[in-house]
Design a protein around this ligand. Sequence first.
Ligand code: FE
Ligand code: CA
Length: 512
Amino acid sequence: MTDPSRIDLPRRRLITAVGAGMALSILSPFARSSGVGQPFALGVASGDPLPDGFVIWTRLVPENQPLSKPVAVRWSVASDAAMTRIVRSGQVQADARLAHSVHVEVTGLQAARPYWYRFEALGEQSAIGRAITAPVQMAAALNMGFVSCSHWERGYFSAYRHLAAENPDLVFFLGDYIYENSYPASSGKVVRAHAIPEARDLDGYRNRYTQYKRDPDLQALHAAAPCVVTWDDHEVQNDYANRWSQDAGVDPAAFLKRRAAAYQAFYEHMPLRRSSLPHGPDMRVYRRLEWGPLARIHVLDGRQYRTEQPCVLPDGRHGGHVATCAALSDPQRTMLGWEQEKWLHDGLRQSRAGWNIVAQDLLMAPLDQQDPHTHEWGHWTDGWDGYEATRDRVLANVQQSGARNPVFFGGDIHSFWTTDLKVGAEVVATEFVGTSVTSDGPPYEAFKAVLPRNPHVRFFDSRQRGYVSVSVDARRMETRFQALSDCRDPAATVSTLKRFVVEDGRPGAQEG
Ligand code: FE
Ligand code: CA
């Protein structure tokens, strides 16, 4: 660890450094306005904190002319919010191959403290973002938020603005950060329109991120705190699985080309490390983060490695409501892929952390539900319910691993859920699922009606949009379901719908 006194330069040296910096900036190409216009319109972001650094991200999109040549980008990290005490800086090239995005893995910082960062290129400066390094020692607390499912067309990202105002240490994006699909204007659902109808290729997916990233609430959240991102289906296509499109008859080879484009655009727009650089249609997103002895965070990829959804529907599609079929519980099928399953099992077994947070995209608890048309009981097979054997293996391992305080975070289902995750009669883990930022929730009355068949569900509400905030310390985790007044109102207010507590050593949430 660096001695803090060495971070803050003595006053005289600081004055000299500022003077030299100013002289340099007059000569530097970074100081000359290039005439192409402000290139930082997509904001900045940071992610994946380690004890000695984090990733910082931006992407150059000059307003007056598209870039083709490589552009030098200077980055700096400071120990103060005004960016007067620069502790690390450097220069990288942004080039067209990755859409002039910049991913810098900053190292050499002190553990467990905030830093501020900024970029300069083409004579312009970016906004200043705030990041935090992970602790090595026991942290007093970890304050988090998690969000999912922000369909641009269904409303404004007030959830992001309100979460940013909470000043969390860490924000989880659990999937459906963009939606590839659009609503027809005639649907009456379009609060603000997508720029193009559907994203299908690299240009299309880039167009989506370029549109979403211009949102001021989204930029505010990224600038406020480092994030940890994973994806769900809409980053590629609704209900896709691995190399299979949701649409019947699509050649998997053709679908993999689409997936490659979607994954590349995801990488280009997220503060991810080089270890996530895509290789064709493959991209490593599952990974672990450590928050000292307090928490180990296991981030899952629920889409890339799956077996196709079981039980083909009458229209030839996979993924939907089915009563039952043999494949539903087939142990040869996997949702996470065998490697990721083993990785998760090893990571739980070897964990010494006080809390084991599994950040993933879906509702994990089983849910007996009724087909909305036939009222036949069954399961929704695109989620964990289509992969019963994987869920059984994961939960059995959670139980046997001895991993302390396993808690699952999820999204996708556009509603708030608190559930007990069980092996037989024993509660082995706690689950919290967050509602959508804007996307439509499932029908409240219909879901409420099936809850008596699902007594492990401790709470459900699909009527609000919002996010989840979580504070954890050695003794307890407090979770707040944060609900917006109206996501169609750009000035929506927020209130706490429900509060739960998980006590150390006692799986299962209690109302608090
Ligand atoms: Fe969604
Ligand atoms: Ca989804």
